[in-house]
Design a protein around this ligand. Sequence first.
Ligand code: PMM
Length: 277
Amino acid sequence: MLDALPAGRTLVMGVVNVTPDSFSDGGRWLDADTAIRHGLDLVAAGADLVDVGGESTRPGAERVDEATELQRVLPVVRALAADGVVVSVDTMRSSVALQALDAGAAIVNDVSGGRADPAMIPVLAQTDAPVVLMHWRQHSAHMQEHTTYDDLVADVVAELTEQVDAAVGAGIAPERIVVDPGLGFSKTGDQNWTVLAHLDAFTATGHRVLVAASRKRFLGELLADGPELRAVDRREDATAAVTTLCAAAGVWCVRVHDPRPSADAVRVVARLRQEPA
Ligand code: PMM
C-alpha cells in the first residue's frame, strides 16, 4: 500500500482533527460535513494523504470515550476514502482502528505505538495495513511528567525499537511499519530540537520515518515575542522550514495542518537531490 503513494520525495500528510480541543484546530472541524470538506481542501492544497483523528492528544488532554471517538471519525473516514483520498486514522484504540479500516482507511496512526491498547498490535497483525508507531511513554494527561532521559536520542530510539520489535514479533511485517519520534510527547521544547538535530538516528532504523512538528508549542516558543508565544496560526513558515529539514534528512512523511507550503518545500528538496554533489 505504501508503495502506491508518490515516490521520490517526502510525502505530506494533512491533518483533520475532529475534536473540540486539539491545540491548533480544535472545534473547527467537529461537524462531519465540515471535516470532510476540510479533508478535500487539504488534498487540493497538496496533501498526499489525510490523517483523521477523533481524540486530542495535546498536553494535559483527557481521553474521549470509544463511542464518541467512533462517531467523530467513521463518517469522515468513510466519505474521504470513498472520494479516493488515502486516509490514515489517528487512534490509540484497536476497535477504532479496525472499524476505520473497514470504512476505507488505508493506514493506522497510533501515537502510543501500540502501548495504550494491548489489543492494537494483535488486531493490526490480522490486517495488512501500514502502521505508524510513535514514541510514547504516557497518556497526554501526564506525558509531560515523563521527560527524563539518560541520553535522549539513544533512549527514544531504544524505546521505539521495543515498540517495533513487539509489532514485528506479533506478525506485522517490518516494511509495514513507519516510526515517529513523537515531537512534544514526553519531550520538552529543547528535547524536540535535539530530536530534530538527530533525525539520522531514526532513518538509520531502516523504517520509513514520519515527523509531526506542525504548529507545535516549541515553534511558538522559538518565535515568541517576549512572554507571548507566536500564535498557533502564525507558525506556518517555521513549520515549512522544519519540513525542508525533514525532507533533506530523508524523512518519508511530514504531518502538517496546512499542506501548501510543505508540499512546495518537499519538491524543492527533491529537485535539489537530483543534482550531482
Ligand atoms: N501529534 C499529534 C497528533 N497525532 N501523530 C503522529 N504520528 N505524530 C505526532 O507527532 C502527532 C500525531 C498532535 O498534534 P495535533 O493536535 O496537531 O494533531
